[in-house]
Design a protein around this ligand. Structure first.
Ligand SMILES: CC(=O)SCCNC(=O)CCNC(=O)[C@H](O)C(C)(C)COP(=O)(O)OP(=O)(O)OC[C@H]1O[C@@H](n2cnc3c(N)ncnc32)[C@H](O)[C@@H]1OP(=O)(O)O
Length: 418
């Protein structure tokens, strides 16, 4: 058996990429043989130098990939993010520090490049806090009991003069990217999407080898013809013993850039004949959906969990990138076991802008950099973290001051899995 010191962690080359995919599938408990077509599809995500592998001899036993991304801060400004994905260590080589080595290499390179944050979607909660990540957005899925919802199911057309149409994949590839850009530039916590995202969601590219079947795509146009909403959903074919339809419509993704678009799309989904249940897909925890229904209790929360994890790499840039409704100043002492951002920072912020810089003033609050990430997009409360002993007040009431500055009226949301 190899010892940890014999394992080489380094960027993979083009030639090594197929074998790296074997290791990736193995770590994610997928069939290890990856078809040539999938390897070629995934190669389109390959960024030289940013796909790491750990090698025991010439066998790849761990994978790690990062790529450039933009993350929308509170107020709408995008910050440069180091997006991390495809993290696996083969079962034979776990708990020997391989993830720690890959993460350290990647975060150091991201810091060196000037990235403001690193981002990821965590497979399991306990993995990434140790590296300075904090859960910064939440995902909620609702299951709607359609007959109970109270919407008028007699027709699916919006009542605002707009229209709903079923469209095909080509329309989605044409109209979707611009619509998504509008959404993500206005939505704190949202991230940029690649062309490949749209291609893989419309069957042009097959990344994972499972046979492609086309979903339904539905488009909302406002009364003046403006494209404001688009969704993808699938239905099953389920009938009860008394010959009653019990079908479920499962939303894969839904973009609405206006409340009217959201209202129209949810109304349409809840008025398809035979459909008794609508599963919402991964939405923002403050999505309009339940309150669009005359009986909001018809929408039951079936999943609620942490979603986007953020690791702040540049404290001043991150805190200056966002907007603040309140006015005030606070000195944060950051604990960073990764040694990338620690120390004392003075944030002075208000509706006209913010400045953040290192300071020698005494701290008002002491907290881990991962907890700052959870606060940064406005979803977490410093008062709550203080109650848990994770934010330490060095001045009475300082956690409330932090909340008054950082908390937001809308919750952050990341619609993407990457
Ligand atoms: C962004 C994404 O891609 S998310 C996908 C993450 N990947 C997976 O879940 C696939 C299955 N799991 C794995 O491949 C591996 O277990 C990994 C990648 C999660 C961890 O890799 P390892 O090389 O074993 O991690 P490493 O040895 O560096 O562990 C570092 C520390 O994290 C802890 N740790 C690692 N994984 C876990 C876990 N799943 N749960 C709890 N603690 C964990 C280790 O115990 C260790 O703690 P210590 O420093 O106190 O001893």
């Amino acid at each position: 058996m190899s010892r940890r010191t014999e394992i080489d962690v380094r960027p993979v080359t083009d030639d090594e990429f197929p074998d790296w995919n074997r290791a990736l599938n193995t770590g994610f408990l997928q069939p290890p043989a990856v078809a040539e077509e999938q390897v070629e599809a995934r190669r389109r995500q390959f960024v030289p130098g940013r796909s790491l592998g750990a090698y025991d001899g010439d066998r790849c036993v761990a994978t790690f990939r990062s790529f450039d991304q933009e993350l929308t801060a509170v107020g709408g400004r995008p910050v440069q993010a180091d997006a991390i994905s495809n993290v696996t260590v083969t079962a034979t080589h776990r708990r020997r520090g391989l993830l720690t080595r890959m993460m350290a290499q990647d975060l150091a390179a991201a810091k060196e490049r000037g990235d403001v944050v690193a981002t990821l979607i965590a497979a399991e909660y306990p993995i990434y806090g140790r590296y300075g990540f904090g859960p910064a957005t939440t995902m909620t899925e609702w299951t709607v009991d359609v007959p109970r919802a109270g919407l008028d199911r007699r027709w699916a057309a919006p009542e605002d003069g707009g229209r709903i149409d079923l469209v095909d994949g080509e329309d989605v590839r044409k109209l979707g990217p611009e619509l998504h850009e509008r959404l993500r530039r206005a939505q704190p916590g949202a991230v940029s999407r690649t062309e490949l995202w749209w291609q893989s969601r419309t069957g042009v590219v097959n990344m994972n080898g499972t046979p492609w079947t086309e979903p339904y795509y539905v488009l909302y146009r406002s009364a003046d013809g403006g494209v404001e909403g688009l969704a993808s959903y699938r239905t099953d074919d389920h009938w009860g013993d008394a010959k009653q339809p019990l079908n479920t419509a499962t939303v894969e993704w839904l973009i609405g850039v206006t409340p009217a678009a959201e209202r129209a799309l949810w109304h349409y989904l809840c008025s398809i004949d035979w459909v008794q249940t609508v599963k919402s897909g991964w939405r923002s925890p403050d999505d309009l959906l339940p309150l669009l229904l005359p009986d909001p209790r018809a929408a039951r929360i079936t999943t609620q969990a942490d979603w986007l994890w953020v690791r702040i790499l540049d404290v001043a840039a991150a805190l200056e990138a966002r907007t603040y409704d309140g006015q005030g100043a606070v000195v944060l002492e950051l604990v960073d076991r990764g040694g990338l951002t620690g120390g004392r920072w003075r944030l002075e912020a208000g509706p006209d802008g913010a400045s953040c810089a290192p300071t020698t003033e005494s701290a008002h609050v002491v907290l881990d950099v991962g907890d700052l990430a959870a606060l940064w997009l406005g979803d977490e409360s410093a008062v709550r973290l203080a109650a848990l002993g994770r934010v330490r007040e060095e001045r009475a009431g300082a956690a409330r001051v932090v909340d008054a500055l950082l908390r937001t009226s809308g919750r952050p949301w990341c619609p993407d899995m990457f």
